[in-house]
Design a protein around this ligand. Structure first.
Ligand code: ADP
Ligand code: ASP
Ligand code: MG
Length: 462
């Protein structure tokens, strides 16, 4: 079996939905289909929920009705007999209206947000299951909450992989065994005490990999609106090129450094079970695509791709006590640990150490807690631009070339050598896009185009 995950961008219009149904029915192996919410539904539900929580109950109800009006129009466009599906949608709208009343009365909570957002994915699975059946396919909708057991950290719930494996075999395995297409929601789960949870934005990719691993899939396919992972974000770098093959480490690093095409946690569950992950274009299924897996004899290549992420803040901590003192850094970083603030990049000098933290980190609290340990300077509104590739260390003069290409941009911090596949620069946020384009020109300009880029996994040019 295979897992086919379709993102919101692949589910935005009637044309998209028909294409998705085509791909599911024509798949060579029985698919477990994992869906995101249609188009920008999650953003819209978030907006509606915030309206309800901030004295805007009427506006929230109106926005909810507008959303469902569009969903009903789409349903009637793709289904010849839409009545059952419309009745299901009606129940979801009522359910949401009830939740919004609760939020207006009792205030918003992460728990309520998850309950609201989960409806986005449920709308999508209801609609696609009906469309598949209309085409004569044997398809069933499985509630992801019956399978995706998580903890109760609402908004970024952690999956319980042991339970998921068992539940997937119970709730999904038998259908696939009978060649029935299973359609389920990405992003959504349920805690042990029965509350609806979500895995964090973009989490459907993660669901796909978790289910793929649980069911021992032959492949996890991430269907989206680009021809695989590209050498940079195509919204910023217009001539970004598809990458035919990547190692799981490269893909994980790229996702962690901001390439939105994959959720950062997607790769691990699949890698643990040796399952390849491919990234494909829903509307151009015969085009280029990326295959992510371990291949021992992958041809050598330098930098695979670039990514950028912001805003982040740089904290520079200075103290003469650092000079030749042992255990000092441990004390410093213990403060970050106590405040549960993850640190991303670090650079150290004789009497100072600089690190990046997320822009929403509780910096004033950290500074207060560091009082007496170090003097702290904060550089806000920065971004990380990273060059990633297993062969980075083999790329001749990579650091020198990158610095030259960035000129006159002066990086606030440089990190190189922490691992063998990442060269990162922290720049001002408003320089992020220019820095990405400069580095792309340097490492992927026509002169540098790698023979692997712009070919499909079968080695044909797209
Ligand atoms: P989906 O709705 O399918 O989940 P996303 O919008 O989450 O799609 O991810 C796909 C988008 O990721 C692309 O449209 C592209 O703009 C962006 N993106 C950022 N970096 C990259 C990259 N290196 N390669 C491909 N796409 C990227
Ligand atoms: N619909 C969710 C989101 O927009 C999950 C996903 O798309 O993967 O974040
Ligand atoms: Mg996504």
């Amino acid at each position: 079996m295979i897992v086919m995950k379709f993102g919101g961008s692949s589910l935005a219009t009637a044309e998209h939905l028909r294409q998705v149904a085509d791909l599911c029915t024509r798949a060579a192996k029985t698919p477990c289909v994992v869906l995101s919410a249609l188009g920008a539904t999650t953003d819209r539900l978030l907006h509606i929920e915030r309206l309800a929580g901030s004295d805007g109950h009427d506006a929230a109800t109106a926005a909810l009705e507008a959303l469902f009006l569009e969903v009903r129009a789409l349903t009637s466009e793709v289904l010849q007999s839409p009545d059952d599906c419309l009745a299901g949608l009606q129940r979801m709208q009522q359910d949401l209206a009830l939740l919004l009343r609760g939020i207006a009365k009792n205030g918003a909570s992460a728990r309520a947000t998850d309950a609201v957002l989960a409806h986005g994915e449920r709308i999508a699975t209801t609609l696609l299951t009906a469309l598949l059946r209309q085409r004569g396919a044997d398809a069933i909708e499985v509630d992801a909450r019956d399978v995706l057991r998580t903890d109760a950290t609402f908004g970024r719930a952690r999956p319980d992989r042991g339970q998921i494996r068992q539940l997937a075999h119970q709730c999904i395995g038998p259908f696939l065994g009978r060649k029935t297409i299973v359609v389920t929601q990405g992003f959504v789960g349920r805690s042990a005490d029965g509350a609806t949870t979500t895995l964090g934005r973009g989490g459907s990719d993660w669901t796909a990999a978790l289910l793929g691993a649980a069911l021992g899939a032959d492949e996890v396919q991430i269907w989206t609106d680009v021809e695989g992972v590209l050498t940079a974000d195509p919204r910023v770098v217009r001539d970004a090129m598809p990458i035919a093959e990547m190692s799981p480490e490269e893909a994980a690093e790229l996702a962690a450094f901001g390439a939105r095409v994959l959720h950062p946690s997607t790769i691990q569950p699949a890698v643990d079970r040796g399952i390849p992950v491919t990234v494909r274009h829903t509307m151009r299924p015969d085009g280029a695509f990326t295959r992510i897996d371990h291949r021992p004899h992958r041809p050598a290549r330098g930098i695979a791709a670039l990514a950028a992420r912001g805003p982040v803040s740089v904290m520079t901590m200075t103290s003469r006590r650092m000079l030749a003192a042992s255990g000092y850094l441990a004390k410093l970083f213990a403060v970050f640990g106590e405040h549960e603030v993850p640190i991303d990049l670090i650079a150290t000098a004789e009497v100072s150490v600089a690190c990046t933290v997320e822009a929403d980190a509780p910096i004033p609290r950290l500074i207060a807690a560091l009082d007496g340990l170090a003097h702290v300077e904060v550089h806000e509104d920065c971004a990380i631009v990273a060059a990633i590739g297993d062969g980075l260390q083999r790329t001749e003069r990579a650091l020198e070339r990158a610095c030259r290409a960035l000129h006159p941009i002066e990086p606030v911090l440089v990190s190189f050598g922490g691992n063998s596949r990442n060269l990162s620069f922290v720049v001002q946020r408003d320089q992020q896009e220019q820095a990405l384009r400069d580095l792309h020109d340097e490492f992927f300009g026509a002169r540098e185009a790698s023979p692997l880029a712009a070919t499909t996994s079968e080695g044909q040019t797209p």
